[in-house]
Design a binder for this molecule. Structure first.
Ligand code: ARG
Length: 261
C-alpha cells in the first residue's frame, strides 16, 4: 500500500475524476489508514511504499505490478501522468528479492489482472479495452506461465478489470456482467458457473473493487447491497469508508497490491 499523502485530482484520466471537485487530503489519509488497520486487524502483513510528490495517483498501488508464485510482471502505465510510478514498484520488488520481469507492453498491473490459484489449475483473468493492451496479456502469460483469459471491457466507467470483477476466494469470483463484451460474459459464465453476480448499483458504489482472503471481504461501505449478497454466500463483509479515494476513480482493491509469493 502507498499512503495518499500527495493524493489529488489534478487531471482526469477516467470518468470518475473531476478536477473541479475538491478532495480533502487529510480525510483521504484517515480513510486509507483505516483500510490499512483493517487489513492488519484481519491478520495480514502490510508493506508500505513511500509516496512521492508529483504522483497524485500513487495511492492506487494495485496498478504498479502483478505477482504470481513469486514472479512479478511489472507495469507500464498508459497515461504519462502515472509513468514514473512503475519504477517505485519495481524497486520495492527488487529490494525484496522477487523475480521481476519488466514489461514491453502497456499494462496496469492488478488493475487489469486477477489470479485465481484454484480455478482450473491456476488461471489469470485479464481486462483490456481502456488501459492494458491485449498484447500485454500474452506477455503476462509468457512471464508467469499461467493461462491468461482475455476479457474485453466495454464501459468506460469500468475502465479497469478490478472495478468490475474480483476474486472472493482462490477459485471463485464476483463480477458485474454488464462491464464485459457479450463474448466475455459467455466466457466468464463458462469458467465460473458458481460466481456471485453483482448489479449496476453494486459496481457503481465501487463495491466490486474489493479484496478477499477467502473468508473476509473488505469492500467499500457504500456497497451495502453487495455486502448482503456476499454474506448470504457465506463470506464476512468488512465495510470500509473510502469516499475521498473514490474521487480518483478507485476504492479498496485499487489501494492494495497483493503479494503472491
Ligand atoms: N486515478 C487512477 C487512474 O485513473 C485510479 C486508478 C484506480 N486503480 C485501480 N486499480 N482500478 O489511473
Amino acid at each position: 500500500m502507498c499512503s495518499p499523502e500527495y493524493f489529488a485530482v489534478e487531471y482526469a484520466i477516467n470518468p470518475w475524476m473531476d478536477v473541479t471537485r475538491p478532495v480533502d487530503p487529510e480525510l483521504a489519509v484517515k480513510q486509507w489508514d483505516r483500510l490499512r488497520e483493517t487489513l492488519v486487524g484481519l491478520g495480514h502483513e502490510v508493506h508500505l511504499l513511500a509516496p512521492e510528490p508529483g504522483l497524485p495517483d500513487m495511492v492506487y498501488a494495485a496498478n504498479g505490478a502483478f505477482s504470481v508464485d513469486g514472479t512479478v510482471y511489472g507495469a507500464r502505465f498508459k497515461h504519462h501522468q502515472r509513468t514514473a510510478e512503475a519504477a517505485a514498484h519495481r524497486a520495492f520488488y527488487e529490494s525484496q528479492g522477487w523475480r521481476f520481469i519488466a514489461p514491453n507492453e502497456t499494462n496496469e498491473g492488478e488493475g487489469d489482472f486477477a489470479y485465481l490459484p484454484e480455478a482450473h489449475g491456476g488461471l489469470i483473468l485479464a481486462g483490456y479495452g481502456f488501459r492494458t493492451e491485449l498484447a500485454a496479456h500474452a506477455e503476462a502469460q509468457e512471464a508467469l506461465g499461467r493461462p491468461v483469459i482475455s476479457l474485453r471491457l466495454v464501459d468506460p466507467r469500468f475502465y479497469h478489470l478490478d472495478v468490475a470483477l474480483a476474486s472472493i476466494d482462490d477459485g471463485n469470483i464476483v463480477y458485474y456482467p454488464g462491464a464485459f463484451s457479450a463474448a466475455g460474459q459467455k466466457v466468464l459464465a463458462q469458467l465460473f458457473p458458481d460466481a456471485v453476480l453483482a448489479e449496476a448499483e453494486d459496481v457503481l458504489a465501487f463495491g466490486l473493487n474489493l479484496v478477499s482472503d477467502g473468508a473476509n471481504v473488505v469492500l467499500n461501505s457504500e456497497a451495502t447491497r453487495l455486502a448482503g449478497r456476499l454474506k448470504a454466500a457465506g463470506y464476512t463483509p468488512v465495510p470500509v469508508e473510502l469516499a475521498e479515494l473514490k474521487k480518483g476513480g478507485g476504492s479498496v482493491k485499487c489501494c492494495i497490491a497483493e503479494l503472491r509469493h
